[in-house]
Structure formats: C-alpha cells, structure tokens
Design a protein around this ligand. Structure first.
Ligand code: BJ8
Length: 424
C-alpha cells in the first residue's frame, strides 16, 4: 500500500510501525492463499484491488465522506439493521476482525479463554491497528453471546459504544423487544447523522441492501454448479468484502462477476475437476483475514461450495419485504427479516439445523465441516444438534474448533484429509 496513506493513518492515531507489520503479514498471507490459485475469474481482480486498498483508498473514501458530512457507523454483528444507517445517509462498516496481531494487548484486559474474534477486535483497538475503528462516529455492539456483551463493557473504556439488545428467543415478547430496539436505534442514528429517516429514504435503503443480498444469492446459486466454477476461498472473500465496500459499487461489480460465472457454468468450466469432493462450511463467521480453514480444505482435495455463516448465507438468505409504503410498515418488514437470523445465540434454534440440512442438500455436498472458534459456547455447543440433524439426513459432519493461530494447521490438515477421504 502506498506510503502516501501514512499521513492519514497518523491522523487516525494508528501505531504506524505495528500497522506496517500487519499489512506486511496480510499481503504475504493473501499472496500465498489467493494469488497462488489457478484459473481465477477476471472479476476477482476487483476484489484483489479492494483488499489491497482496504486500509488505504477505502479509508480515504470514508474520510472524504466524513468531510462532506456523512457519518461512519461500525458494527460487529449482522443483527444491526444497516437499512436504518443507510436511510439516514450513514455508512455502515463491519468491524469484526480475523487476525491475531493484537492478541497480546487483548489478553491484558480479557480472559485468555475468550474467542479469537472478540480478542481480535479488542486487540485491534488497544494496539491501534484498525483504521476502520478509528474512523467511526458511532460503534454499535449487541447483546448476543456473553463474551461480546462483557467485552463491550471493557471496550467502552477506550471508545464509546452503543449497545443494542438482541432477543434470545423468538416469541411475541421477543419481537416486541426487538421492535423497540430498532426504534431506539433509529433515534440514535438520526441523532448521530443529524438526518431524519423518512419513508422515501428508508424505502431506497431497503431496496439497495436487498439488491446486495440478491447478487450474493445469485453468486451462491452459480457456485453450486458442477463442476464448481469458483473456489470457496474466493466466494468467502466476496462475502467478507461486502462488509466494507460501498454497497452500490459492490453490487454492480459482483453482478459483473456473476455474468462471468454464468458463462463458465454454461461452458462447463470448473475451478476444480468434476469429481472433486464438495463440502460446506457451517458455524462462526470468518472475518478478514481468517482464511485458514478454507485454505486447508481446498488444499486437501476438496472444494467449499457454501458457507452457512454470518459471513455467508445467514447474512444474505432473507430479504426485507419491499411492499410497505409507510415507515411503520417498513420497520415491521425489517423486524421480520432480522428475526429470521438463526444465530446460535438463540434458544431453541432448530431453524438453523433445518437450514443447514436444506442448504447441504441444495448445494449437493458430500459432507459439512462445522467450524467453531475455541471458547465460543453458542457454536461449539450447537455442533452436537447440528451433527444429529445432518446424520439423520445421511450427511457426515466434522466438528472443528480452532482459533486464528497457525499452530494447529498440520493437525487440522490431517483431520480434514481423513474426512475428505471418508466422504469420498
Ligand atoms: S448473528 S454469529 S455476527 S453474534 S464466535 S463472538 S458468538 S463467542 S460472532 Fe455473530 Fe451476530 Fe451471531 Fe452472526 Fe460470540 Fe462465538 Fe465469539 Fe461470535
């Protein structure tokens, strides 16, 4: 990344040396995992460019937008309704992080047995490594798992944080709670941005974000073809970048990439030979640059054809109904859509088991790899029920628990290879 961005990073109070170290590691990792692939789509050049400038030009865009009066709102969960932020003229950015670099700092304030995702965003803040966090006018947390909830209390010592209460069940009273939380968030966003949410701007925001979901649904349909036309790694990267990029530009670019994919499917061109073992990932979100497991799987004779995850289908499967004409009707439609999210923080969560089995059948996989971050209770515990539901459907599952370190790569590779061999 050009050093001309250095001045901007200094203004954002980043630790310049540590940040340079992070970018170096990221570049090397990306080269090994992404640029080494053969037969990638031309459209992936856009994604390569966005990633190479994720702390550069994209941050510059955010700074310019801020100068023109727009506000940046950072989030850690797909439950935060982006429609509200966009309608008020704000820019929403995902702050979840997938790197270990700030772990040392994070462990000074968090117990060691905290999941890597939480340690990563806390570490990024404490070690002054993330220009996205430092660009935010409002940071939004949420009461999902206990780890996040309590980590936000500590995070708030370093940066103010607004916390949304997310229901844990899906009964009438939970819906009412969620409605009141969406309305409270709407008031907060109007205050932060200084803009009023109207029926017109909310309708537009709903449509724009539905379009982003539609293009990702199209990608998901196309990647399920035989032979598989795009690697799981590339598809994951597209989903990851959807949390950082401008939604309109991203939708247009991924639309072009899907046109190219469609051609490939028509011509029967695959990224891997036809008999390659097809697998699906399910579980915790994989934030940039957490590409470890997909890389291991795809270097073990298999290809990933779907991610049942928040950086995957959980974030794109459901649309907001666009038929309402009043603000109240649109809030209801947003409420309905977000209540369909089947995060493991809910109880009971049979919907997720049904969705996983349905997806595994739709995309035609030989097996599912359940991925949970170490110390993530919701997902590690839910693996038991997921495995049972899949077994009933005759689909084998491998449960993996890991973190962001590279120490277990060889051990994971052995387990994944054995699983691929078994399902083949
Ligand atoms: S809706 S999955 S984005 S909460 S891995 S921090 S659960 S201990 S990320 Fe998530 Fe929203 Fe749910 Fe999706 Fe806790 Fe587990 Fe860590 Fe996790």
């Amino acid at each position: 990344m050009p050093s001309s961005h250095e001045e901007m990073w200094e203004k954002l109070n980043l630790d310049i040396d540590a940040h340079a170290g992070l970018l170096e590691v990221l570049g090397k990792f990306y080269g090994d995992i992404y640029m080494s692939q053969q037969g990638r789509l031309r459209g992936m050049e856009y994604l390569d460019f966005v990633l190479s400038e994720v702390h550069g030009l994209r941050i510059k865009e955010l700074q310019d937008a801020k100068v023109s009066g727009r506000k940046v709102i950072g989030t850690f969960c797909v439950f935060v309704p982006e429609e509200i932020v966009l309608a008020a003229g704000g820019i929403q950015i995902g702050l979840c992080a997938g790197a270990e670099v700030g772990k040392g700092e994070a462990e000074k304030v968090l117990p060691r047995n905290t999941c890597a995702l939480i340690k990563s965003f806390v570490g990024f803040k404490l070690a002054r490594l993330c220009p996205f966090i430092e660009s935010c006018d409002l940071i939004v947390g949420e009461t999902t798992c206990d780890g996040k909830k309590k980590a936000y209390e500590i995070f708030s010592d370093y940066s103010p944080i607004y916390v949304m209460e997310i229901p844990q069940m899906k009964n009438f009273s939970d819906r009412e709670l969620w409605r009141s939380e969406i309305l409270r968030f709407k008031t907060q966003v109007e205050e932060t941005t200084g803009n009023k949410i109207t029926a017109d701007n909310l309708k537009e925001a709903i449509h724009l974000l539905n379009n982003r979901r539609r293009v990702l649904q199209r990608l998901n349909r196309l990647r399920a073809a035989v032979p598989v036309p795009i690697s799981g790694r590339d598809a994951l990267l597209i989903n990851q970048i959807s949390f950082y990029d401008d939604p309109e530009r991203f939708t247009a670019k991924i639309g072009e990439l899907c046109d190219e994919l469609e051609e490939r499917v028509k011509n029967g061109t695959g990224i891997a030979p036809e008999g390659t073992t097809r697998l699906m990932l399910s579980g915790c979100p994989m934030a940039v640059p957490n590409w470890k497991l997909p890389y291991i799987i795809e270097s073990s004779g298999a290809v990933v054809v779907g991610e049942e995850s928040c950086i995957g289908t959980r974030n794109t499967r459901d649309l907001v109904d666009e038929s309402a004409g009043t603000i109240e009707g649109m809030i209801d439609a947003i409420l309905d859509r977000y209540m369909k999210i089947d995060c493991a923080c809910f109880t009971p969560n049979t919907e997720r088991q049904e969705n996983i089995v349905g997806m595994a059948r739709d995309v035609g996989v030989k097996g599912v790899i359940h991925y949970a971050l170490s110390f993530c209770q919701p997902y590690t515990m839910e693996a038991y029920k997921v495995e049972k539901a899949l077994a009933k459907a005759g689909i084998p599952m491998l449960a993996i628990e890991t973190d962001y370190s590279m120490e277990d790569v060889e051990q994971l590779k052995t387990r994944v290879e054995a699983f691929v061999e078994m399902v083949r």
